[in-house]
Design a protein around this ligand. Structure first.
Ligand code: FES
Length: 111
């Protein structure tokens, strides 16, 4: 595991998300949506919708889901699975940890 600082906790409020670009162990850029759910729970999922190339971090967050703003597929933040069409494939879910005022994400470790 190799955690990286994704952002400060202070920049994401409840029901908000932020797109960050992290680098995995192979040196590849990985777009990640760092999400704070309505209840304050933190999640890190792949930022690119599996239906088309749109950023999930621009979508609405509610009760454990993030909804793609383009065509409306909601993704479960715990499993990454789409809960409705048109998306059919899950997004990756990454290990996330809060350390003091930092949000840490490990893009080499998926749940
Ligand atoms: S691009 Fe996300 S549901 Fe179509």
């Amino acid at each position: 595991m190799s955690f990286q600082v994704a952002c400060a906790t202070s920049v994401i409020g409840p029901a908000e998300a932020l797109k960050v670009e992290l680098v995995n162990g192979e040196g590849k850029n990985v777009p990640v949506a760092v999400v704070r759910d309505t209840d304050g729970t933190w999640h890190a999922v792949g930022d690119t919708c599996t239906h088309a190339d749109f950023s999930l971090s621009d979508g609405d967050i509610e009760d454990g889901t993030i909804e793609c703003w383009k065509h409306g597929s909601p993704f479960d933040l715990a499993s990454g699975r789409p809960l409705a069409l048109p998306a059919t494939r899950p997004v990756p879910v990454y290990v996330i940890e809060i350390s003091g005022s930092d949000v840490l994400v490990d893009v080499d470790a998926t749940l």
